[in-house]
Design a protein. Structure first.
Lengths: 119, 565
């Protein structure tokens, strides 16, 4: 995988929940991959889209902007975004930017899926 | 043929002498009856008379010789009656030719004994005289060649730059010493549009005059190409095409051609089989590698192009193989390892060449005869760009112009240690290279991992801003980064070339407005930087931004920030 690239894999994990496994970096170069993955994940009966950041290597300010863009789309579609797998540094950045108020962070996938299915 | 020719000449001389020629008029008492000048007699090298005289035991009557010889006919026609061969060490070196006696009597036995005795004494003396004359002629020829070489040397000197480029912020020095009167090495500085400078170092195969002629041709062709073309690889490609048509077989030219933008420190270069130049930065010495065949070997060649940024304080050395392939008395080569080690040790280009030559002399020994031409061209970019940095890095202070990779005192009096200094082209993605290099440079300081992560994000974001906003994504403009440990603070200064646009004050983004679509989802960079550092300073002038990221390593882990301009 080249520097700056991301692979976003979508898994359907519940009746109204999809997980996007983020593997790589979230930068300007990953925009189309992330947007396509979100489109796939948020289709149909989806009410919750969970971002799995366990494979996140690097995210910059442009990447934060991309997450905001996803949030705008999710809000428009009345869907909830959630996340798990963030390391301490990026969890800190989520708090500094208050992204954690819009994207609820869970300790693991199971708890995130449970919350999404309860929406 | 040379011996034959000189033999004929010698016979000409002795034919004249023997007949009382004009250069040696007969000095007998009979000056009242001067003998007429006898014409010179040419004796062909294959004339059987030569062998005949060589074997003769004494004076020979011409009329008694019955062999078929054109020379004999000439001698008879000249009135020669008696020939006394002069033989030295078995070689016929001359003849005493005598006409009829004035008394018209035959030569007596006493006359012949006298003449034989005279010949036996005269032959070695004549031989010595011939050798002296031959040596004098050869000495004159050598002096003539030496004079021509002196003129060739002067002509070649006119083909080398008469003065070094005077570039603000740069120090350039050069050294050129051919192994013979003239050499095949050359170097050149070519003025190009937009204030750029073409740098050339080349080496024609062979030595001496042939190499010098090829060198002169190549220089002219390369200059012509460089004035019309921009890309160094294309310039070499074109020069190769033209040179291939004219260069003698089995000769070729290695050549490094680089284009320097003195403003940005950007160097674009291509290499036609020449020794790889070296770039010395604060973090080490690296080869400037680019591939390509020597010029003149084969048409249709292409040349790889590479580029580097020369940061303030960096050196570049271009050189020829006469330096690295010099041998010591034991036969060991000077080698590139020795060269790079010297570059490690020498901070200034102004002393780099002197240092190289001093070590070369020590290596080869005092009695060394220079084996090959030696050419050195050294560039150094001064540290002036850091003058734009805020106070922590010594702007306006005593260290501003002389920052070197050694410990010094900061204006505030604390320890001041340069950890890393480098530049990168303005290419998206290079911010991650900057981030990783800075992280590696602070890796031994025992900094908590959380702080290292903050450092990495702040460096990446600041570098990205410098690339995108400061340098407008123009690859040729460098982003220069310097990492200093100063009195317990880690200070990272990042400089771009976009000083005409002020850096806005960092503010806290309004997430609600972004989510409502009222603001762009982007615009997190400065806020992120400010959030990562303990202090952020911004300075600059008309052409530079300098952003200083300060991490207080002795304070508790945290991310409190303040901003000052």
């Amino acid at each position: 995988m080249s520097q700056g690239a991301v692979v976003a894999t979508v898994r359907r994990v519940g009746a109204q929940t999809s997980v996007v496994d983020v593997d790589g970096s979230i930068t300007a170069q990953s925009e189309s991959e992330l947007m396509n993955a979100f489109t796939l994940a948020s289709s149909g009966t989806t009410r919750g889209v969970i971002l799995n950041f366990s494979g996140l290597e690097y995210m910059n300010s442009t990447g934060i902007g991309l997450l905001v863009t996803l949030l705008v789309r999710a809000n428009r579609q009345q869907q909830q975004m959630m996340a798990f797998g963030l390391n301490d540094h990026y969890r800190n950045i989520f708090e500094l930017t208050r992204l954690n108020e819009a994207i609820h962070i869970y300790p693991d996938e199971a708890s995130a899926v449970q919350a999404s299915e309860a929406l | 043929m040379e011996a034959t020719s000189s033999l004929v000449q010698r016979f000409k001389q002795f034919a004249r002498r023997g007949s009382g020629g004009s250069d040696h008029p007969r000095r007998t008492a009979d000056e009242r009856l001067p003998l007429p000048d006898a014409p010179p007699i040419d004796i062909a090298p294959d004339d059987p008379i030569i062998a005949y005289f060589q074997r003769a035991s004494g004076a020979v009557d011409i009329d008694q010789i019955s062999i078929d010889s054109p020379a004999i006919e000439h001698l008879r026609a000249a009135g020669v009656k008696l020939v006394v061969p002069l033989v030295s060490q078995g070689e016929l070196i001359g003849m005493l030719n005598l006409g009829a006696r004035l008394s018209e009597q035959e030569y007596s036995a006493d006359d012949r004994r006298l003449l034989d005795s005279l010949a036996s004494h005269a032959a070695p003396a004549v031989r010595v005289a011939q050798l002296v004359r031959q040596q004098q002629a050869e000495a004159r020829e050598r002096e003539s060649i030496a004079q021509e070489l002196r003129i060739a040397h002067l002509i070649q000197q006119t083909l080398l730059p008469k003065q070094l480029p005077d570039l603000p912020g740069w120090h350039i020095s050069a050294y050129y010493q051919p192994a013979r009167a003239v050499g095949g090495d050359f170097y050149d500085f070519i003025e190009l549009p937009d204030g750029k400078i073409g740098l050339v170092v080349g080496d024609a195969s062979s030595k001496g005059v042939p190499a010098a002629l090829v060198m002169a041709t190549t220089r002219t062709m390369l200059r012509a190409s460089a004035q019309r073309l921009v890309e160094p690889g294309i310039v070499l490609e074109r020069t190769n095409e033209v040179l291939c048509a004219d260069i003698p077989r089995n000769m070729f030219v290695t050549c490094l051609y680089a284009v320097l933008d003195p403003t940005s420190g950007h160097i674009q270069y291509a290499n036609a089989g020449h020794n790889l130049p070296y770039l010395r930065t604060a973090s080490g010495v690296v080869e400037m590698r680019a591939t390509g065949w020597p010029l003149g070997l084969m048409p249709g060649m292409t040349y790889e192009e590479k580029q580097i940024i020369v940061s303030p304080g960096d050196n570049v050395l271009l050189y020829s193989d006469g330096l690295v392939e010099a041998h010591d008395p034991q036969g060991d080569m000077f080698g590139s390892n020795r060269l790079t080690a010297l570059m490690h040790d020498v901070a200034s280009a102004s002393t780099l060449i002197d240092r190289m030559l001093t070590h070369l002399t020590l290596f080869t020994g005092p009695d060394h005869e220079q084996e090959d031409d030696i050419t050195l061209v050294a560039l150094e970019r001064s540290a002036a760009v850091w003058q734009h940095a805020p106070d922590t890095l010594g702007a306006g202070g005593e260290d501003a112009d002389t920052m070197t990779p050694t410990s010094s005192r900061s204006p505030s009096g604390g320890d001041h240690r340069l950890l890393l200094e480098f530049s990168l082209p303005s290419v998206t993605g290079n911010e991650r290279i900057a981030m990783e290099r800075v992280a590696a440079a602070v890796g031994d300081l025992g900094i908590p991992s959380a702080t290292v992560e903050r450092i990495k994000t702040a460096v990446a974001e600041t570098t990205m801003n410098a690339i995108e906003h400061g340098n407008d994504n123009r690859e040729e403009l460098p982003v220069s980064i310097r990492v200093v440990l100063s009195a317990g603070d880690l200070v990272i200064c990042i400089v771009d070339q976009g000083g005409n646009e002020p850096i806005p004050e960092p503010t806290t983004p309004d997430l609600e407005a972004k989510l409502a679509g009222l603001q762009s989802p982007r615009g997190w960079g400065l806020f992120l930087i400010k959030s990562m550092v303990d202090e952020m300073r911004v300075a600059g002038d008309a052409t530079h931004h300098a952003v200083e990221l300060i991490f207080r390593l002795n304070e508790n882990e945290g991310s409190g920030a303040s901003v000052s301009g």
